[in-house]
Design a protein around this ligand. Structure first.
Ligand code: G4F
Length: 329
């Protein structure tokens, strides 16, 4: 009989959870996911392969529910991707953000420690932790978070390191820079822009309101990044890794690129909206992926321009299909 490969993913219905599930199914894992009870369940990202997954109801706010699911599933690997992950919301709901994004990590780690400390654990850490530490940012760069979200992620990172050091858990922290795809939520800037480009091109919208166009981000392609998550748990020793492309663009360049894909002039459609400026901004993120390249053999496959094109094309197809369905109704 082969070695048991059983993964449990929190945040399985999100962008990363959906791509990671597909990767693990390809690698012949038995894949389980934790979903929160909600009156409006959203499974569209995993709908096409949902029958190959096993979903369990539990909640990062409820310690016993996590212990129960881990006891039942007996995973060999846990990927903790669930969080309140939208930075602006973290100013409006700082306590809830702390409960999910910070203490939620400890609850999963406590469940691991109680049920089986041999389970390998991946924590989705974030480049938001670097805040205004100057670029390039690598594993040794000090954290200087600028949002309640960033502060909560710093806690999640250090509690992961602490369970590794205190209890010998194979716990790793993946410090991922921004990663995007057609499955990205529309509240994040890349998808907000590509969705607007598609709607403007197809004549169902005319304007796009944005905040700070000068912020710089190191944007990569989400399917590349989930490969790195998995790779971290296949190492001989646990460790922490920065995952990034090492290439930076401004929001303005993102906008130019996306409107360019559709042959549109962005200046005619983009308006600045002061209400979208954040109380404190992270101005410049640029990752140094040397360690992940050398130790994991990880390299991004899809670059910025190709990713933006893929996202604009996917949104154009979707908006056209919706318009077609609307016309027939
Ligand atoms: O797309 P964003 O909302 O992503 P942000 O804040 O960098 O956070 C994302 O990446 C992190 C990794 O570093 C994750 F941890 C986190 O969960 C999330 O996935 O904003 C990117 C930039 C910001 O500087 C923001 O001020 O775009 C700027 N921006 C300008 N106008 C806007 C807008 N962002 C959004 N969401 N909406 C705007 O209208």
């Amino acid at each position: 009989m082969g070695e048991r490969r059983v993964a449990l993913i929190t945040g399985i219905t999100g962008q990363d959870g959906s791509y990671l599930s597909e990767l693990l199914l390809e690698e012949s894992y038995e894949v389980h996911g934790i979903v929160r009870r909600s009156s409006t369940e959203r499974f569209e990202r995993i709908a096409s392969f949902k029958d190959r997954l096993t979903l369990h109801q539990a909640d990062l706010l409820d310690q016993l529910s996590l212990v129960d699911v881990i006891r039942q599933v007996r995973p060999t690997e846990i990927y903790n991707l669930a969080a309140q992950s939208f930075v602006p919301t973290s100013w409006r709901q700082p306590l809830l953000t702390g409960e999910f994004t910070a203490l939620g990590v400890t609850r999963v780690l406590e469940a691991v420690r109680l049920v089986d400390p041999g389970i390998r654990f991946y924590q989705a850490s974030s480049s938001e932790m670097f805040g205004n530490s100057p670029p390039p940012q690598g594993e040794r760069t000090p954290f200087s978070p600028r949002s309640p979200y960033g502060v909560a992620k710093v806690y999640g990172h250090f509690i992961t390191v602490n369970y590794r050091e205190s209890y010998g858990v194979f716990a790793v922290s993946g410090i991922l820079f921004n990663h995007e795809s057609p499955r990205r939520g529309k509240e994040f800037v890349t998808r907000k822009v590509t969705d607007a480009v598609a709607r403007i091109k197809l004549g169902v919208a005319d304007e796009l309101r944005l905040g700070n166009l000068e912020a710089r981000r190191d944007w990569g392609y989400a399917p590349d990044y989930v490969r790195a998550m998995w790779g971290m748990l296949q190492q001989r020793e646990p460790g922490d890794y920065v995952i990034a492309t090492g290439v930076q663009h401004t929001v303005r360049q993102l906008v130019e690129c996306a409107f360019g894909v559709a042959g549109l002039d962005w200046r005619r459609h983009v308006r600045s909206d002061p209400s979208l400026i954040r109380p404190a901004e992270v101005d410049s993120l640029l990752g140094d992926p040397t360690r992940s390249r050398d130790r994991l053999g990880w390299k991004p496959r899809v670059g910025f321009e190709e990713m933006v094109r893929l996202m604009v094309e996917a949104d154009m197809d979707r908006v056209a299909a919706e318009a077609h369905a609307g016309a027939r109704a």
